[in-house]
Design a protein around this ligand. Structure first.
Ligand code: BES
Ligand code: MN
Ligand code: ZN
Length: 488
């Protein structure tokens, strides 16, 4: 979908006219009797200009029948405009080809960032993964190719350039999350990401199983050993900051399919576990976004990629593995595999890149979905300033977070009889004990946050920025966090 910033409304376009909440003045619609028709439509629909609400009508404008959408933009905040942008695409994706959104005539000119977010959301809402659908009816195929924003000004156009870069990252994340697990496994994840980010100037490192074995990554490899697919560690480094500036590490759980292993999951809904790589997917997309917009920051993205399968060679409940940190782990439940993958990725990135700050993202626990549903991601942090910046980035982007506690009393729950720790605690506080497990791999002095995004990467219903399916959660959040905290 193309976004254009223009100064005149195209004659053949669907005309979109934004209205603020409780200020729906149809008098501004030009054309023979058009204002009266619009007034009748507004009254019939009880349209009040609520953000994202739409009234559709036809009116004679300039001697021709014209399709007109009256679009509510609420209080005119950035989030309202974002909602409105998504709503336009949701309405027109499969039944209009070109749209002009006329900002002239609004009582107050929207902020540049609000217009950019409007356009960004309109594009994001139109993304679909139809590659495996060979029989999609003609009328269900997307046809919206162009949205012209009329009268926005240069500043809005400049603000959109950044959002356009972020959208590229979002598309990568969503594609990775949507792809089926027979197509997307550790090696093909690497291949797809590397193809997609080629030319952006990211430094690439890929570790195969032999290399990870030499490094002593026994926890990650223990998960991978039940699969015929080889595991990988994918590392993308963006050196956009000063050579002596601090480094941020983003670490993602990339379990390309999670059967649970020998502690196998029930059949119902197991297909969802194709998106158990959503943390790594978000890291890949965020790295693409910050490279595409040439962020002035040093960021390393690490993706721990494995498939968790039951097999004659799979790890058993009761096995003890040695992680790269040297700490030993009693594997009580092979379905608590994400933390086993992450702990070695965390150790590796601290040894090789000495980051000042680490943010990890993982679809780590079902318990997180019980706690927060799909409205907030769970945030755990050993540093209040870091937690505050992430919460703020979440609010600004609408990819919200909610903070959970860490405490020694929870940490004790994962002590083991036979090893340094076990990989699961008791039933209660399952998301917190998982975070405590990761915390045991964070070095003194490193600011660390863990985002449990189990409820966020996939959605059964359409949202503001996405259709049903992969949400791309995390990309806009991380991009905003990098901008606020490492580029300001
Ligand atoms: N990938 C799952 C967590 C998950 C479940 C994410 C449902 C999204 C939807 C994770 O590997 C897992 O299986 N966790 C277990 C941990 C338990 C064995 C302590 C869980 O949540 O049941
Ligand atoms: Mn699992
Ligand atoms: Zn998992």
């Amino acid at each position: 979908m193309q976004i254009a910033f223009t100064s005149t409304v195209e004659a053949g376009d669907v005309l979109v006219l934004p209205f603020p909440k409780d200020a729906v003045d149809t008098g501004r619609i030009e054309g023979e009797g058009a204002a009266a028709l619009a007034k009748a439509a507004v009254d019939a629909a009880r349209f009040k200009g609520e953000a994202g609400s739409i009234v559709e009508l036809f009116a004679t404008i300039g001697g021709a029948a014209r399709r007109v959408l009256l679009l509510g933009v609420g209080e005119g905040k950035e989030a309202d405009w974002r909602k409105a942008g998504g709503a336009v695409t949701a309405r027109l994706l499969t039944n209009a080809s070109s749209v002009s959104v006329d900002l002239n005539g609004l009582p107050t000119k929207p902020a540049a960032d609000a217009v950019a977010s409007f356009a960004g959301a309109a594009v994001q809402r139109g993304w679909r993964h139809d590659v495996y659908r060979t029989k999609l009816p003609e009328t269900s195929k997307p046809m919206l190719t162009r949205i012209a924003i009329v009268g926005a000004g240069d500043e809005a156009e400049a603000a959109y350039a950044r959002i356009h870069a972020v959208n590229g990252g979002l598309e990568l994340t969503r594609t990775l999350v949507s792809e089926p697990p027979n197509k997307l496994y550790p090696e093909s994840f690497v291949e797809r990401v590397l193809n997609d980010v080629e030319g952006l100037g990211l430094e690439v490192t890929v570790l195969d199983e032999a290399q990870m074995r030499d490094l002593g990554m026994g926890a990650l490899l223990g998960v991978s050993q039940g699969s015929v697919r080889e595991g990988r560690l994918l590392v993308l480094k963006w050196n956009g900051g000063a050579a002596d500036a601090e480094t941020l590490a983003l670490v993602g759980k990339g379990v390309t399919f999670d059967t649970g292993g020998i502690s196998i999951k029930p059949a119902a809904g197991m297909e969802d576990m194709k998106w158990d790589m959503g943390g790594a997917g978000a890291v890949a997309g965020a790295m693409k976004a910050i490279a595409a917009r040439k962020a002035k920051a040093n960021v390393v993205g690490v993706m721990g990629l494995v498939e968790n399968m039951p097999d004659g060679n799979a790890q058993r409940p009761g096995d003890v593995v040695t992680s790269m940190s040297g700490q030993t782990i009693e594997v009580i439940n092979t379905d608590a595999e994400g933390r086993l993958v992450l702990c070695d990725a965390l150790t590796w990135v601290q040894k090789t890149h000495s980051p000042s700050t680490i943010v990890d993202l993982a679809t780590l626990t079902g318990a997180m979905i019980i706690s927060l549903g799909s409205e907030h991601g769970g945030l755990f942090a050993n540093d209040d300033t870091l937690a505050e910046s992430l919460l703020a980035a979440g609010t600004a982007t609408g990819e919200k977070l909610w903070r959970f506690p860490l405490a020694d009393a929870y940490d004790k729950l994962i002590d083991s009889q036979i090893a340094d720790m076990k990989n699961v605690g008791p039933r209660g506080a399952g998301s917190i004990t998982a975070a405590q497990f990761l915390k045991r791999y964070i070095n003194e002095g490193v600011a660390w946050a863990h985002l449990d995004i189990a409820g966020m990467v996939w959605s059964d219903k359409p949202g503001v920025n996405h259709d049903k399916g992969a949400t791309g959660y995390g990309v806009r959040l991380l991009d905003q966090f990098v901008a606020d905290r490492f580029e300001a």
